[in-house]
Design a protein around this ligand. Structure first.
Ligand code: AMP
Length: 424
């Protein structure tokens, strides 16, 4: 199926063409017609599936079909994202796909001056992309009016939940037109009960779209675990990058401090590197990301929140330097590679104290991730490494392993991690 069967205007098709997209991705095929029909949608999709265009294209189509008050230009579409980086990226997509349409958009997030945003809003904006905190600041200062919003998009709802934004989201929803006057689209990579509860309060009789099995990782991602002593992690990482001649790699650490320290150490090992996390100013984060995208920096070290939703084209390698406390974050992290049809590799450096976390991740994935020990760095504490065939571990697909009876019993709730998550 090609894009021109989906009911999009010539102007939008021209913009899609210029991006070099030939065919809609599965989520686009499903979401675009439903959104054009005016249905509310609950979309289960990870980043990398093309979901941004999946909601942006029909949103642009709908807004451009109905004329609005050109003089006042009320905000007609509101897209909420959990992070500033994601807001900026979604804003770019809106501008790119809507470049031939007479619609205006703006992106607002915290950490930057509010006055230029106020000025932009005052001049009139059809589509607003925003993070919840700064949006509420504007609402409180009465520098924006949300009473004419026709379409609400909640992107990466699961991450909103993790970041504690749900009360803010509810406050924002209270400022929008009520009931059927508003079309609601919600996207999430994972579906906890809280997400389902939120969706019930926000969506009207939604269509459910799911493109990959729930909590499944893209099957093009080659996943490997390197069991290694904690004290050897940095050396192993430098060696992996250097000896395999990796062009670029995104590395995840659990803490901001850990991200800084690792980035400095890698620099000392002669690898150009930058860190991106919540303590950096917005300017520093944007700069680091731009340097990485340009290829000036080889290693980007990031915490989960900072990396969420980053769209870095064709990133071939992701490394979990520390495993995440929350198993779902593993799915988000490795979703940074193998994007839009490219292959990718996700390697986790796992030390003895992280074996419990690894077990939780494997239970979520419902499969065992192959273990490969790095020569010269065999861990003191063994996790039963599974040796892979000699010739090219890249051909060894991760085997699906059924959870055994004790794992099944433990799956419903991991109290241990509920506690860790609270403490984080
Ligand atoms: P997303 O899941 O929205 O973050 O998109 C992931 C990547 O896929 C982005 O780099 C998009 O530019 C790209 N993309 C989106 N739709 C298509 C398509 N139909 N064909 C090829 N690439 C696409």
């Amino acid at each position: 199926m090609s894009f021109d069967k989906l009911g999009l205007s010539a102007e939008i098709l021209r913009a899609i063409n210029a991006q070099g997209y030939n065919n809609p991705t599965p989520i686009q095929k499903q979401a675009i017609p439903m959104i054009l029909q005016g249905r509310d949608v609950m979309g289960g999709a990870q980043t990398g599936t093309g979901k941004t265009a999946g909601f942006t294209l029909p949103l642009l189509q709908k807004l451009s079909e109905n004329t609005s008050d050109k003089k006042r230009r009320p905000i007609r579409a509101l897209i909420l994202t959990p992070t500033r980086e994601l807001a900026a990226q979604v804003g770019d997509s809106v501008r790119t796909y809507g470049r031939h349409l007479p619609l205006r958009s703006a992106v607002i997030f915290g950490g930057v001056k509010i006055n230029p945003q106020i000025e932009k809003l005052r001049r009139g904006v059809d589509i607003l992309v925003a993070t919840p905190g700064r949006l509420l600041d504007h609402a409180n200062q009465r520098t924006l009016d949300l009473s004419k919003v026709e379409i609400l998009v909640l992107d990466e709802a699961d991450r909103m939940l993790d970041m504690g934004f749900i009360p803010d989201i509810r406050r924002i929803i209270a400022l929008l037109p009520k009931g059927k006057e508003r079309q609601n689209l919600m996207f999430s990579a994972t579906f906890s009960n809280e997400i389902k509860k939120l969706s019930m309060g926000m969506l009207n009789n939604p269509e459910h779209i799911e493109v990959a099995a729930r909590n499944a990782t893209a099957d093009k991602i080659e996943q490997l675990v390197h069991p290694v002593n904690k004290s050897h992690k940095r050396e192993v990482l430098s060696q992996l990058i250097g000896s395999n001649n990796w062009r670029q790699v995104l590395v995840f650490t659990r803490t901001k401090h850990g991200a800084n320290r690792l980035s400095e150490q890698l620099q000392k090992d002669g690898l150009s590197s930058a860190a991106i996390h919540g303590n950096k100013t917005q300017g520093a984060r944007t700069r680091a990301l731009a340097e990485f995208k340009r290829g000036d920096v080889r290693v980007l070290v990031a915490t989960d929140i900072a990396a969420r939703g980053l769209d870095i084209n064709q990133l071939p390698h992701v490394v979990n330097y520390d495993l995440p406390n929350v198993p779902e974050d593993y799915v988000h992290r490795i979703g940074r590679t193998a994007r839009a049809g490219n292959a990718g590799e996700a390697i986790s450096l796992v030390s003895g104290e992280e074996y419990g976390l690894l077990g939780d991740i494997e239970r979520l994935l419902k499969r065992k991730i192959p273990r490969v020990t790095v020569e010269g760095y065999e861990p003191d504490q063994k996790v039963k490494p599974i040796p892979l065939p000699e010739k090219g571990r890249n051909h060894g697909r991760p085997k699906k392993a059924k959870p055994n009876a004790s794992q099944k019993r433990r799956r419903p709730k991991s109290k241990k991690h509920a506690v860790i998550r609270k403490a984080a």
